[in-house]
Design a binder for this molecule. Structure first.
Ligand code: ADP
Ligand code: ASP
Ligand code: MG
Length: 423
């Protein structure tokens, strides 16, 4: 019998009525002949409520206790969903991350799955039971409860689908699928029927919270077909699949933004080998993820330099500690500055590999909207710009309209080299 993994997010299990609705959907899949494993999130708002409670208790809760606390949200929804299914006459069992053998590293609040022992799940499926698993959690080697980072239930679902070699992994959420932009921010965003793993990974890492980025990474590595769709209607949704040749004919598939990062600038660094290695080496030791880095050319007269980089706002305290240490070690001599009021806006598309001029077009759209670009970074399939946080919605909407993302794209072959504009 084929295995199907379904994941329902917080809004989809946000009330008793919605949980019953989810139970009915699961039963339909079971009746189509699938063995069903279901991953659920905490009821909407619950994880935030628990985090607020923790911060009321103490300004700096330890990360181990935070995980112990927030993991309870998912336990409420798995038990309620199992009850609903049982009440409708279908055998179901709820299981925590530990009970289904999800082993992670010990990086509390942002743990990575290392291994899944699927024996217990397979035993329950063999009995004809629907297995309901708590998303977003696992246990480390010391049997401590860990969580996978905000939005991590998607990752639980994809990891289980990979371990069980499931036919599909369906992600049910509160929108109809993956759009060209967040439909709650850009009203004419267009639903995409298909998107490549690479594009989805960039979009997710650059702020589209419709999928947890780690879930896309696992899906790509294990060839899990991901199907993102609504839990509230029967719209077909979006398939996340391997890149096909014709996908390159479309220049851009999406625009996204994030506002959870800050920019740190360290001034008057010696312009000599080893300085950047010292700064970023110390940040890496503290497990700080650095996103964009810009180093302008040195000031000839003083032989000094400055480096700007972006990090999560929630990591700023640790980053300031690292800079203080570097100052004591003599690696940093000048001052540093922090700008919290930034946003990173990005466009993504595999077509950028073969079409030129996209960057120039993006900069022209931002200029037309009088939006200043403060940093730029590019890869083969994305361009990101740091801009002022208060212009982020204007930028999203301007870029979406400017590139005509609301309209079905004309599939154009890349222009002949002689006709190409340079970026
Ligand atoms: P869930 O609770 O189901 O996991 P999330 O809130 O984590 O749902 O993710 C769904 C939300 O992602 C949508 O409500 C939407 O606002 C947001 N989103 C951001 N970018 C996109 C996009 N490109 N396509 C669809 N949704 C997006
Ligand atoms: N409940 C967790 C969160 O709100 C995990 C998830 O919803 O995926 O981040
Ligand atoms: Mg989510």
């Amino acid at each position: 019998m084929h295995i199907l993994v379904q994941k329902y997010g917080g809004t989809s299990v946000g009330s008793v009525e919605r949980i019953k609705n989810v139970a009915r959907r699961i039963i339909k899949s079971k009746e189509q002949g699938y063995s069903v494993v279901v991953v659920v999130s905490a009821m909407s708002g619950e994880t935030n409520r628990l985090l607020d409670l923790a911060h009321e208790m103490t300004p700096e809760p330890t990360r181990r206790e935070l995980d112990m606390l927030v993991s309870t949200g998912e336990q409420v929804s798995i038990a309620l969903l199992a009850m609903a299914l049982q009440d409708m006459g279908h055998p179901a069992i709820s299981m925590t991350g530990a009970q289904v053998g999800i082993r992670t590293d010990a990086n509390f609040t942002n743990a990575r799955i290392q291994h899944i022992d699927d024996k217990s799940m397979r035993a329950e499926l063999a009995k004809g039971c629907i297995v309901i698993v708590a998303g977003f959690q696992g246990i480390d080697q010391g049997n401590n409860i860990t969580t996978l980072g905000r939005g991590g239930s998607d990752t639980t679902a994809v990891a289980l689908a990979a371990a069980l070699k499931a036919k599909y992994c369906e992600i049910y959420t509160d929108v109809d699928g993956v759009y060209t932009a967040d439909p709650n921010k850009v009203s004419d965003a267009r639903l995409l029927r298909e998107i490549s793993y690479e594009e989805m990974l960039e979009l997710a890492s650059l702020g589209s919270k419709v999928l947890h980025s780690r879930s896309v990474e696992i899906a790509m590595n294990y060839n899990v077909v991901l199907h993102v769709r609504s839990s509230l209607n029967t719209t077909e949704g979006t398939l996340v699949v391997k890149e096909k040749k014709e996908m390159e004919q479309i220049r851009i598939n999406g625009v996204t933004s994030k506002t959870d990062e800050a920019r740190v600038t360290v001034y008057d660094l010696d312009h000599k080998p080893g300085v950047a290695a010292a700064v970023f080496g110390e940040l890496a030791k503290q497990r700080i993820n650095v996103d964009m880095i810009v180093q302008p050319s040195s000031t000839e007269a003083t032989h000094t330099n400055r480096i700007s980089f972006t990090v999560k706002k929630s990591d700023l305290k640790t980053v300031e500690g690292v800079i203080e240490n570097l100052r004591e070690m003599g690696a940093v001599k000048g001052k540093h500055a922090i700008d919290r009021d930034i946003a990173i806006i990005s466009i993504v598309g595999v077509g950028m590999k073969s079409h030129t001029g996209v960057a120039a077009e993006l900069f022209a759209i931002l200029a037309k909207n009088k939006i200043n670009i403060e940093m730029i970074s590019t890869s083969e399939i994305k361009i990101s710009c740091v801009i002022a946080e208060d212009r982020v919605l204007d930028a999203l909407r301007g870029i979406h309209a400017g590139f005509g993302l609301d309209k079905e794209p004309e599939k154009t072959a890349p222009p002949a080299a002689s006709a190409r504009k340079r970026a």
